[in-house]
Structure formats: structure tokens, C-alpha cells
Design a protein around this ligand. Structure first.
Ligand code: PLP
Length: 391
């Protein structure tokens, strides 16, 4: 770890072990110690580690074609775009390399669309406690002052409204509003679900005022909630949706999808990305979607959510450790009774051979692989039980 500290920027505080291999929901470190992975790389390893079909897709494409540039098209990109179009509200897709980029495209697209129809709007509405990424635009959109500290000047024109407060939203969404961007379920702030009525109200307000509704589904999408995208759980369609994380199952990819009348304003030359639409990333993402779209896999997510949440409730009864457990599929936030103790709990988990993540200083977050076995869930819970006894 000292070599890591010497070589890297000091902006992360990683665990003091180095994983070198993973299979399914198990990971091994350099010393051969085994871990159950309930963190899922923060909702990225959607099908676990080294899934044979994803490895096959990676190998196949890597021996065919790695990169083309945007002067040429490639087959995996076309296929993935068509799959996303077939499975969602959208007519068109744009590929990038990360969640932050996917959101950047979403906002640029919304502005360009309004401009293309002659609207001079300059306000974006976002929400408290939201997280949209770490680029300058995304820290401006996000709900955290800490993320903005020291990085001025920050892009302007963003109005932050209280999450789940429809009255406040009504007062802010008007004819000046280009777009409203929201995580339908907030991930970084600990799996906080938007109320059904709130999202419905936002959709109506956007329609009335001519603003575009952007769903940031970077963490909530690709099966995480037991639905292919969280908007399907709510039955409320956005105008633009951003996806990343679980879409690549561990390979970097971002996607922004939208309706044809909006997409068409990004005429040739108006936006681009060197690596976006990379054939290897798209071939793997295609296989991820093929596996996750299966009704049996999505139903399994909801069944395993019940098992995991029940297990966590049992642990809370035993240790009096959680004040609240929130879940949306295999995506769970447990508020800790002991304030500010999430990092200590993580260390105790690592000690017991369990990988989890946090959401803020007082919330344990779990986002395991969507295909995790029930025996791995039980083993993970038993290791968490030991960690809770020792932290
Ligand atoms: N939006 C949401 C909801 C996220 O959870 C994240 C990452 O955690 C991002 C955007 C940023 O994604 P990336 O880190 O890939 O830029």
C-alpha cells in the first residue's frame, strides 16, 4: 500500500488489501484471503466477477476490433444502441465512457434541444442530496457543497430543490427551465426513493412548462431495482436517461438515451467522444443487457432483496445496529445507530472477509451482483454478523 500512496493522488482512502482475482461474488486478495463481495464495485459488477459470458464477449471482440474512431461505425455499437431502443422509451443512444459524461451529454442535449426550438432558457433544476458525478458541471448539479469546495468558478444557472418536495418544485420549474435532472432513487445518499406522486408531479410540471425531464439512472439502472430501469418501476418516462456503472458489468461505458425529436438536434459536429462507442465496451454491455433483461434474473433480484433485507433486519434485532433499512432491489442502505461509524464498520467487514460500501458517514450500502447466489448472501450476512460484533 505504501507504493500506492507514493504513486497516486491522495484523493481516495482505499482498504489496506489489494484484490487480484474475482469469481462470481467472491474476491481474493494478494495474500489469498477470500472475501464475499456485497459492494459490487458500487453497483458496477452487475453480474459479479469474471462472468463466463462476459469474459467470452470480451475475448471475442478483443480479437476482432478494438477501436475505429468516429469516422467509422462498428457493429457492437449499432447492436447495443438498437437493444437499448428496443427495451426502453428511447429512440436513439449516444455512448460515452462514464456516468459523469453521460450526464454531461444529457444536459448539453437538453440545452441544444431548447435552443433548436428557439427557446432561450437558462435554468436547470436539480435536487438536494443528489449525486451526478465529479466533473465541474456534475458537482454544480449535485447536492454536496463539499464536492464544490475549492473548485470555483462552478457552472451557474442551477437551482437546487428539496428532494420529494413537490411544492418547492412547483415554485422553481417555470418557462426559464431547460431541464430537471433527478435520480429517481438516490444512490450516494443511501438509497432514498423518490415518492411516486413526486415523480408524477415532476413529469406533469415539465410537460406544462416545456422543460425536459432527465433521469440519472447511472446507479439505479440495468436491473439494480429488479426492473431494467427504475423508471419502469415507477411507470414514469423521462425525456432523457443517463446510464453507466452496471451497464458495462465492470467495463467503462456510459450511455445517454432519448427520443428521436430530441436526439436530432445533435447534428454532426455538435458533440463527440474519442472512446465513446468503443467496440469492446459495447460488446460486453450487449452481453450484460442480454443476461439482465431475462425475466427470471429480474425476478431473482426481488426474491434476493427479500432474503437480504430479512437477514439485515435479523442482524439489527440482534445488534441494535440499524435505525432504518431502505431497499430497491439488490440495492440497500442501512442507517447505522452509531453515527459516523460507517468507515469503522467497513474495516471490521474487511477483517471478516466481506466487501461492502458506504453512503455517507453513517450508512452502510450494499449493491451486490444481481446474480448473487442465496448461499453467498447467507455467508455474507454471517460475516457481517461477526463484523457487527467487533466494530
Ligand atoms: N450519477 C450517479 C447517480 C452516480 O451514482 C454516479 C457515480 O456514483 C455518477 C452519476 C457518476 O458516474 P461516474 O463516476 O462513472 O462518472
Amino acid at each position: 500500500m505504501s507504493e500506492y500512496k507514493e504513486g497516486m493522488f491522495p484523493n481516495y482512502s482505499p482498504a489496506n488489501f489489494i484484490p487480484i482475482r474475482g469469481l462470481g461474488s467472491r474476491v481474493w486478495d494478494v495474500n489469498g484471503k477470500e472475501y464475499i463481495d456485497l459492494g459490487g464495485g458500487i453497483a458496477v459488477n452487475s453480474l459479479g466477477h469474471a462472468h463466463p459470458e462476459l469474459v467470452e464477449a470480451l475475448h471475442e471482440q478483443s480479437s476482432l476490433l478494438w477501436h475505429t474512431s468516429n469516422y467509422l461505425v462498428n457493429k457492437p455499437t449499432i447492436e447495443l444502441a438498437n437493444t437499448l431502443v428496443e427495451l426502453t422509451f428511447a429512440d436513439n443512444a449516444f455512448f460515452s465512457n462514464s456516468g459523469s459524461e453521460a450526464n454531461e451529454v444529457a444536459v448539453k442535449l437538453a440545452r441544444k434541444y431548447q435552443h433548436s426550438i428557439g427557446e432561450k432558457r437558462n435554468k436547470i433544476v436539480s435536487f438536494t442530496n443528489s449525486f451526478h458525478g465529479r466533473s465541474l458541471l456534475n458537482i454544480a448539479l449535485g447536492g454536496s457543497n463539499k464536492h464544490r469546495e475549492g473548485f470555483s468558478p462552478i457552472p451557474e444557472g442551477i437551482v437546487c430543490v428539496e428532494f420529494n418536495n413537490l411544492e418547492e418544485a412547483k415554485n422553481s420549474i417555470d418557462k426559464e427551465t431547460t431541464a430537471v435532472i433527478i435520480e429517481p432513487i438516490q444512490g450516494e445518499s443511501g438509497i432514498k426513493l423518490a415518492d411516486q406522486e413526486f415523480l408524477k408531479g415532476l413529469k406533469e410540471l415539465c410537460n406544462q412548462q416545456g422543460a425536459l425531464l432527465i433521469f440519472d439512472e447511472i446507479q439505479s439502472g440495468v436491473g439494480r431495482t429488479g426492473h431494467l430501469f427504475a423508471y419502469m418501476k415507477y411507470g414514469i418516462e423521462p425525456d432523457i436517461l443517463s446510464s453507466a456503472k452496471g451497464l458495462g458489468g465492470g467495463i467503462p461505458i456510459g450511455a445517454t438515451i432519448t427520443k428521436a425529436h430530441i436526439a436530432k438536434c445533435l447534428e454532426p459536429g455538435s458533440h463527440g467522444s474519442t472512446f465513446g462507442g468503443n467496440p469492446i465496451a459495447c460488446a460486453v454491455a450487449q452481453r450484460v443487457i442480454n443476461l439482465i433483461r431475462q425475466p427470471s434474473l429480474l425476478a431473482g433480484v426481488l426474491e434476493k432483496e427479500e432474503i437480504l433485507v430479512q437477514g439485515l433486519e435479523n442482524l439489527s434485532n440482534k445488534h441494535n445496529c440499524f435505525t432504518n433499512i431502505r431497499s430497491a432491489g439488490l440495492w440497500i442502505g442501512c442507517d447505522l445507530t452509531r453515527i459516523d461509524s460507517a468507515n469503522n464498520l467497513l474495516d471490521a467487514c474487511y477483517q471478516e472477509g466481506l466487501i461492502a460500501v458506504t453512503a455517507g458517514p453513517s450508512t452502510l450500502r450494499l449493491a451486490p451482483a444481481l446474480n448473487i447466489s442465496t448461499s453467498d448472501i447467507h455467508e455474507g450476512l454471517s460475516r457481517l454478523d461477526k463484523a457487527l460484533s467487533n466494530y
